[in-house]
Design a protein around this ligand. Structure first.
Ligand code: SF4
Length: 328
């Protein structure tokens, strides 16, 4: 089956003056099948949002290829991209700044229908009303303005706008992290229901692994511009292999307070290094609790594990026994 999205060797460097470059993404490859949800997980500064922006061509990649439904969009002109934009939409992190405060909810949600000349007049109004109801909002809200809504309602409006054209792919960039904890679960449940009903593929970008536990089919973990582990979500949650994935997972909150108290925690030292000057060898070696000498000089490739599990970029996992950080 042709993937909805296929990225191969994506590189994005930003010039930072004086001959320096920010290595935001350095050789990331991934694909998403029709109807599949891929969780792209990593700390702030890992490059995951830049991957999302490259897919939407909000920024141009430095190298690599991006294919949407078998069309290479890496170097397409803005004009040539226009019809493809019907099929790919983004849900932003901050629902307030992503909605035009001068436009009514109805105008915001109906804008993609108008821009792509899909509907107008009564038909457009009916489709907006139906979409608002589908995201759990009353159709009467279409006359309101963003400042009159709660944070959760604004994010539902953002979802309605992203889904009204029934896109093939949705890039959701930290869609619940700006919301109150009490609202996060209801928006996540809504996204899960909508994805199952409408069948769109989704790249769900988040710093919090627990957010994608029930939503994602597969997970890709990113560290300092590179993907370090991928695999089925159930496999990653049951048996994370890369030391960074293990640390992320141990930091993710669990709903059961007893389990939360009793489980071991892998605490990473220091902050993620500057992407202006990524460490040599394994980029994670400056924070890895099980690093060995080889890690400082030799970059590990993302290769399949000996047991046939998802690919991991770690000398210890692919070359010998899996390190158990919780035993340290
Ligand atoms: Fe840690 Fe070395 Fe594996 Fe990198 S390659 S994650 S530094 S053990």
């Amino acid at each position: 089956m042709t993937p909805v999205l296929e990225i191969d060797g994506l590189v994005k460097h930003f010039g930072a003056g004086r001959g320096q470059a920010v290595h935001a993404v350095d050789g990331a490859s991934l694909s998403i099948a029709p109807g599949e949800v891929l969780g792209l997980v990593g700390e702030s500064g890992s490059g995951k949002s830049t991957v999302g922006r490259c897919i939407l061509r909000l920024t141009d990649p430095t190298a690599g290829t991006i294919r949407l439904d078998d069309t290479d969009i890496t170097h397409l002109s803005r004009r040539a991209l226009r019809p493809l934009r019907r099929d790919v939409h983004i849900v932003f992190q901050d629902p307030y700044s992503s909605l035009n405060p001068r436009f009514s909810v109805g105008r915001i949600v109906g804008e993609p229908l108008r821009r792509h000349r899909v509907a107008s007049g009564r038909e457009l109004a009916d489709r907006v009303a139906a979409m608002l109801e589908r995201v759990g909002l009353a159709a009467s809200l279409s006359r309101r303005y963003p400042h009159e809504l709660s944070g959760g309602q604004r994010q539902r409006v953002g979802l309605a706008r992203s889904l009204i054209l029934e896109p093939k792919l949705v890039v959701a960039d930290e869609p619940v992290s700006a919301l109150d904890v009490s609202v996060q679960a209801s928006v996540l449940n809504l996204m899960t229901d909508l994805q199952r009903d409408m069948g769109f593929s989704c790249l769900f970008i988040t710093h919090d692994l627990s957010v994608v536990k029930y939503l994602a089919d597969r997970i890709a973990v990113m560290y300092l511009g590179q993907i370090v582990e991928t695999g089925p979500a159930a496999e990653i949650f049951a048996s994370p292999q890369h030391p960074y994935t293990q640390a992320l997972l141990s930091a993710a909150p669990v709903p059961d307070p007893v389990e939360q108290r009793e489980r071991s925690r892998v605490v990473l030292g220091g902050d993620i290094p500057s992407p202006l000057d990524p460490p040599a060898g394994c980029r994670f070696h400056t924070r890895c609790p099980v690093a060995v000498e080889r890690c400082r000089t030799e970059e590990p490739a993302l290769v399949s594990r000996r047991d046939g599990g998802g690919p991991v970029a770690c000398h210890l996992v692919t070359g010998a026994d899996v390190p158990d950080l919780t035993a340290i």
